[in-house]
Design a protein around this ligand. Structure first.
Ligand code: PLP
Length: 714
């Protein structure tokens, strides 16, 4: 669209002749994380210094800080560089100035809407390790789509000094947890100038509020690491999910109460609050106390908060729903509630499934359920599981009476689709990233030329494997392995083999080792030289999760058994980059959670953007996506007597699928060497999955069901 735009054309050619303007505007561009989901915006930076580009983890912002000024000047003297730069600048400018989908669909008579989205982590780009896993990826993708669609949304989170840990495996497969040192300079942060004193129990923590630009959406990040603060206060934003319950509780006060109050100081008072997971529930408490402070009765204020709050729950594992000691909870929020004349004891009443049970530890999820009228799970199945799980909190026997619905998660297409694939679909099916929740192009995938599609798949796989080999060689060198082994890692894996990927947080319910249930049978599957099959694993366990780390260690050891050596590999430090590369290049994406513990899952939505195919337990989003022809489903989801039997049954079903369906579909070739059955399934995947399982559709659903009806002015 931009290419054809005449004013854009004129602006671009004028810019192309103006190196000073280019330099100035690239700097502006580098501070807008828009580049993280628009490849056109990264291109000039990649070109500026390709080697440095890798060193700075593909961050334009960091690149401009570090680039050699002579080098930059000589690049600016090159017309070809200026051309690429001008394209990026104009595309960025147009992004911010075009009429948005939201504007186009809204009625000028609608009351103004201002959404505040709260989440404890955001995964935006590999250069910003401020996330642990799926929750952060979902939140980052939500903001990107909100920006693309033009929703009036601001986001609130915490700025972690060390972010999430970097994972290395020792020789014996145990995990080394490394927290990178903090460099605020490396992040495109703007100091908003806002400072506030956030009451946290009997302390007052001074907070600085930073802002990052996510296209049209500002992300405000609270930072307690200020020189005047006591060490224990500064530690509140030291790193993600570290520390004991007391620290978590305090950190959540900072996010909810500090975050809500920051919005007032920023003059961004929301008409709707979206709590993404229970961690953020105190934002609703802050609003409640503000309203009562302003003169409303408790009941009226509670109703006002409820009707203007949307809550998304993500956790079907009971232990994942944080509970606190009743006294500690009360004390932590006393200075928020008492000045408004509220009895802190209300928190315990609101946070208990049975408000009269003094022995029940109050729960963040229940608190959020009680303070939000609109509550959703993140897939159809998870909606049902949540209604059953929380019926007591609603005083219901019948889960159908529980008012929790679902909005199925999605992924942000521009973030997760490899540029090669984007170019391919632009030509083959007229893919246009012109935003809007409905993109009719995907259905045309059925008509794509089989050979061309297979060439795309093969090239994506080759790119992935060359990345994986580089990483394996690097891991091997770092562990001090023999030069022969290092060289061997550069030759591991085969370019044409059926490549299976599994990358996840190594939470035990994800059953990363299910594929290894019967080692002999797996070895048999991997042993056919004429039909090679290989598996790439990556995954991080929570730093305190010993069970999860044992999973990593087990896989690490199995990779070294001679029968799996070079065919099954484990990459260190699963992050957005590894996730993106694996989901674009793997042929088959394996998902083996213990049903129904995968609330949605989103990684399986990424391969279909590239024609990669899912093989999954019928859990989370996959239950809705599976039409019998766009992937393979392991079992029918019926419960087994116990976990051992379930594992055994699921593993055997997986081996059956591999042996009888998956491997033949990939390796049976026609006279032209094409795997027709595989290609048809791959194209059918493209035709049926990306059009629905994306965050544009998801955010539009939140808008209609949640944000618009919940928006009230107080
Ligand atoms: C997509 C993605 C996730 C979410 O994956 P699921 O395991 O399916 O929930 C987590 N981490 C990273 C790095 C991802 O890219």
């Amino acid at each position: 669209m931009i290419e054809r735009n005449v004013p854009g054309e004129a602006a671009r050619s004028k810019l192309e002749d103006d190196p000073r303007a280019i330099r100035h505007r690239l700097k502006t561009l580098s501070k807008d994380l828009w580049w993280s989901w628009n490849e056109i915006g990264r291109r000039p930076f990649a070109m500026l210094d390709p080697e440095l580009w890798e060193t700075v983890r593909y961050s334009p912002y960091r690149l401009l800080q570090k680039v050699d000024s002579n080098n930059y000047a000589s690049r600016l003297a090159e017309p070809s560089f200026r051309k690429v730069a001008a394209r990026a600048i104009v595309a960025h400018h147009e992004y911010h100035n075009r009429r948005s989908w939201y504007e186009a669909q809204s009625d000028p008579m609608d009351p103004p809407l201002r959404i505040a989205y709260f989440c404890s982590e955001y995964a935006i780009h590999e250069s910003l390790p401020q996330y642990a896993g799926g929750l952060g990826v979902l939140a980052g993708d939500h903001l990107k789509s909100a920006s693309d669609l033009g929703l009036p949304l601001v986001a609130v989170g915490l700025l972690y000094q060390h972010g999430y840990y970097k994972q290395e495996f020792r020789d014996d497969g145990t995990t080394r947890v490394i927290y990178p040192s903090f460099d605020a300079e490396a992040m495109p942060l703007d100091d908003t100038g806002v400072r506030l004193d956030c009451p946290v129990g009997d302390r007052t923590v001074r907070v600085r509020v930073w802002a990052m630009s996510m296209g049209r959406v500002p992300l405000y990040l609270l930072d307690a690491n200020l020189p005047g603060n006591k060490l224990e206060d500064r530690a509140l934003t030291a790193s993600l999910y570290q520390g004991d319950d007391d620290i978590r509780l305090q950190r959540q006060v900072l996010l909810g109460v500090g975050g809500y109050r920051a919005l007032r100081l920023l003059e961004e008072v929301p008409t709707v609050i979206h709590l993404n997971e229970g961690h953020a529930a105190f934002a609703a408490v802050a609003k409640l106390s503000e309203l009562v402070h302003g003169g409303m009765s408790y009941e009226d204020a509670k109703q006002a908060v409820r009707s203007s709050t949307v809550f998304t729950t993500h956790t079907p594992v009971p232990a994942g729903n944080q509970r606190y000691d009743a006294i500690k909870l009360r004390d932590a929020l006393k200075p928020v509630l008492e000045p408004a004349g509220l009895d802190p004891e209300i928190l315990n009443t609101l946070g208990r499934e049975d408000p009269h049970d003094q022995n029940e530890a109050p729960c963040m999820t229940v608190l959020a359920l009680r303070l939000a009228e609109r509550v959703n799970g993140v897939s159809e199945l998870h909606g049902a599981v949540s209604r059953e799980m929380w019926k007591k909190a609603y005083g219901q026997e019948d889960p159908d009476q529980v008012p929790i619905k679902h909005i199925t998660n999605g992924v942000h297409t521009g973030t997760w689709m490899a540029p090669v694939a984007e170019r391919f679909w632009s030509e083959a099916i007229e893919y246009d990233k012109a935003p809007g929740p409905k993109n009719p192009c995907w259905a045309r995938a059925q008509t794509v030329d089989h050979r061309a599609f297979w060439e795309l798949r093969s090239s994506l796989r080759r790119r992935l494997l060359s990345f994986v080999r580089r990483r394996l060689a690097f891991q091997s060198r770092r562990r001090g392995e023999s030069p022969e082994r290092v060289v061997r890692s550069r030759r591991m894996l085969q370019d044409s083999a059926l490549t299976i990927g599994f990358a996840r947080r190594f939470a035990t319910y994800k059953r990363a080792t299910l594929l290894f249930h019967d080692l002999d049978r797996l070895a048999g599957i991997l042993s056919h030289d004429d039909r090679p099959v290989q598996v790439i694993f990556a995954g991080k366990a929570h730093p305190a999760d010993e069970g999860g780390q044992a999973v990593a260690q087990e896989i690490h050891e199995l990779c070294r058994e001679s029968r799996f050596d070079g065919k099954v590999v484990l990459l260190e430090n699963y992050d957005i980059e590894i996730g993106r590369r694996l989901t674009s290049g793997c042929d088959l994406w394996l998902n083996t959670p213990r049903r129904p513990f995968e609330a949605s899952g989103t990684s399986g939505m990424k391969p279909p953007l590239h024609g990669g195919i899912n093989c999954s337990i019928p859990d989370g989003w996959w239950v809705e996506a599976d039409d019998g022809h766009n992937g393979w489903t392991i079992g029918d989801g019926s419960p087994a007597e116990n976990e051992q039997l379930q594992d055994e049954r699921d593993a055997n079903r997986l081996y059956d699928l591999l042996e009888h369906e998956i491997i033949p579909a990939f390796w049976d070739r026609d006279e032209q060497g094409l795997p027709q059955a595989w290609i048809e399934r791959g194209l059918h995947t493209v035709a049926t999955i990306p059009e629905w399982f994306n965050t544009d559709r998801m955010v539009a659903e939140y808008l209609e069901w949640g944000y618009k009806p919940a928006s009230i002015q107080v």
